[in-house]
Design a protein around this ligand. Structure first.
Ligand code: F1P
Length: 374
């Protein structure tokens, strides 16, 4: 980041701080050759011998958890459930007898998530807290604390805390795969090389994304509602994009699995209700290619139907791009890591839509940084 640049809002500064925040977080847990065993030591008993993982969180942190669900399942072959923290305490005690219970919270103080953590401890679960505050009550309460190193996040809409949560979940996914015997050291090393390459590619892309999204926000300024669509690990990013737009710009938005569009929401699609489609592709992964092909078909149908489409595609894509009104390219990367890139243009979309509406984006109405009362 240009150290001399001053930003008009904390949210924009924090968006630009992400490459640095991700680098610091990755470096705390690993280097390019391997995971730091000593740092993960306290996570080991929480993970080894568990049949499943239960993640509880609220808001953006929950969306990071939804990405984590796919990562843990795909990398480590362990079943994962993601619960709204506020719902967990009402869930049956009869299921998931031996889970590793993971809370994710920027503040480490959100009342619903703290309550869920206390309940999980009472139910005998082993617990891990991923927070941005190592001294927070959740970090102290859990048997293992895995902090994010995002630095202070001032704007209410979460940005760098979210991407650093994704970074910790990716590392924990690799560690879990390793201790469960699902991955060789060499494969871990190659994943780490990809992870460590992300911050500098993100830093290079950020000025281009900033310009592009400021223009797209002007083009979409009269849109009434937004539908964000994503499949697989990209679906949580659709949810996060929609939440960012709601909380920052006061615009009604929903995040849906792409394949669900034709099961109801399509009735709403018209030029005033644009679609934001996560349509990246990792050609080295057959499942990702399949998802991409299905997404191309859907985008084609929506284009014919006259929808207004903003697509997030992999650099060099032409197939989705030519069917879209607005296109944002993100660097090519392994499918499971693409969320780290994809969310950033969506944060910028929310930021510029908010600015266009004269909203105090750092302090949106009715919201606080940490909801400490249920
Ligand atoms: C969770 C959260 C944020 C949201 C808002 C209210 O906070 O829902 O994601 O942006 O600030 O709280 P946390 O548990 O991650 O601190």
């Amino acid at each position: 980041m240009d150290a001399t640049r001053t930003f008009p809002h904390a949210m924009l500064r924090e968006i630009f701080e992400q490459p640095q925040a991700i680098t610091e977080t990755l470096s705390a847990y690993a280097d390019e050759t391997g995971l730091r065993e000593d740092v993960f030591l306290s996570a080991r008993p929480a993970i080894v011998g568990r049949d499943s993982i239960l993640i509880a969180a609220s808001g953006s942190s929950r969306h990071a958890g939804l990405c984590g669900e796919i990562v843990f399942e795909d990398l480590a072959g362990i079943a994962v459930d993601v619960e709204y923290a506020s719902e967990y305490i009402y869930r049956s005690t009869q299921t998931l007898k031996n889970p590793c219970f993971v809370v994710i919270s920027q503040s480490g103080e959100t009342a619903d998530t703290s309550e869920a953590l206390r309940e999980a401890i009472a139910r005998g679960a082993s617990t891990i807290a991923i927070t941005n505050k190592p001294e927070s009550s959740m970090a102290r309460l859990a048997s293992c604390s895995l902090p994010t190193y995002a630095g202070i996040e001032r704007a209410v809409p979460a940005t760098k805390s979210f991407t650093t949560q994704l970074a910790v979940l990716s590392l924990l996914g690799l560690y879990t795969a390793r201790v469960r015997g699902c991955m060789t050291r060499a494969v871990v090393e190659s994943h780490l090389a990809h992870l460590f390459a992300i911050p500098s590619a993100m830093a290079t892309a950020l000025p281009r994304w900033e310009k592009k999204l400021s223009e797209i926000a002007v083009a979409l300024k009269d849109a009434e509602t937004f539908l964000f669509l994503g499949r697989g690990v990209h679906y949580p990013i659709a949810r996060e994009g929609a939440l960012k737009l709601k909380e920052s710009a006061y615009i009604q938005a929903e995040g849906y699995p792409t394949g669900e569009l034709k099961h109801g929401p399509n009735a709403l699609v018209n030029r005033n209700n644009p679609l934001v489609v996560l349509a990246t592709c990792d050609p080295s992964e057959p499942d990702a290619v399949l998802r991409y092909e299905k997404t191309v078909n859907l985008v084609r149908d929506m284009h014919k139907q006259g929808a207004q489409i903003l697509s997030i595609v992999t650099e060099g894509d032409t197939r989705v791009a030519e069917l879209s009104d607005h296109v944002v390219e993100v660097p090519a990367v392994a499918d499971w890591l693409a969320p780290l890139y994809e969310v950033v243009p969506l944060q910028l979309l929310a930021y510029f839509m908010a600015i266009g509406r004269g909203i105090d984006v750092d302090n949106p109405r009715n919201l606080v940084k940490a909801v400490v009362q249920e």
